[in-house]
Write a protein that binds this ligand. Structure first.
Ligand code: ZN
Length: 190
């Protein structure tokens, strides 16, 4: 089953996530439904608040889309970035909560990360390039931060009309969405 995705202007996208301390079947079921949602919307990452759930859980998959046989989703529970490289990189980002809006964002190119898996085991990893990019974008969601918050003020001004249309629910997404006011925007004609 797949969930509708919340529009970036819905208040839940600005809430801080709640730490997960209970692992097991129900969490795994939710995680697999999130994965299905991410795949059917063609995303490379998804945070739980994007499907209306405030728990601290994201999925990242740098190989999603295109060649799906390489797909290797990682479920990150209670993720924390513990170090950022000084070297930064510009890369074009998009977000399933901000349909059809793409912007170059400058971020550290490498990170160290701690997270728990679906069984609660702690992992420490280093990531670079696209994976580091996706993780930073998704972990931002857990702090209520959206990728366009990182834009320069000039770029924000230039993006205003496009973001206003998204705020008005004119998203033209190919997947189901929840509008900023909580009404849905269910796609019937796929
Ligand atoms: Zn996003």
């Amino acid at each position: 089953m797949s969930y509708p995705i919340y529009n970036c202007f819905h208040p839940i996208l600005r809430k801080k996530a709640i730490e997960i301390d209970s692992f097991g079947g129900a969490l795994s079921t939710f995680a697999s439904e999130m994965l299905e949602t991410m795949r059917s919307a063609d995303g490379l990452g998804l945070a739980a608040n994007q499907v209306g759930d405030r728990r601290s859980l994201v999925i990242v998959d740098e190989f999603a889309g295109g060649n799906s046989s390489k797909s290797s989703p990682i479920f990150l529970i209670n993720p924390k970035i513990t170090a950022f490289s000084e070297t930064k990189q510009e890369y074009q980002e998009g977000c399933l909560s901000v349909p059809k809006f793409y912007q170059y964002i400058n971020r550290p190119s490498d990170i160290d990360l701690e997270y728990q898996d679906l069984d609660g085991n702690l992992h420490k990893i280093s990531a670079g390039n696209l994976l580091a990019r996706i993780i930073q974008h998704e972990v931002d969601h857990l702090s209520g931060i959206l990728f366009f918050d990182h834009l320069t003020s000039l770029k924000r001004v230039l993006s205003k009309s496009k973001l206003r249309r998204i705020e008005a629910g004119e998203t033209d997404a190919h997947y189901n969405m929840i509008n900023p006011d909580g009404t849905d925007n269910i796609v019937t004609d796929q």
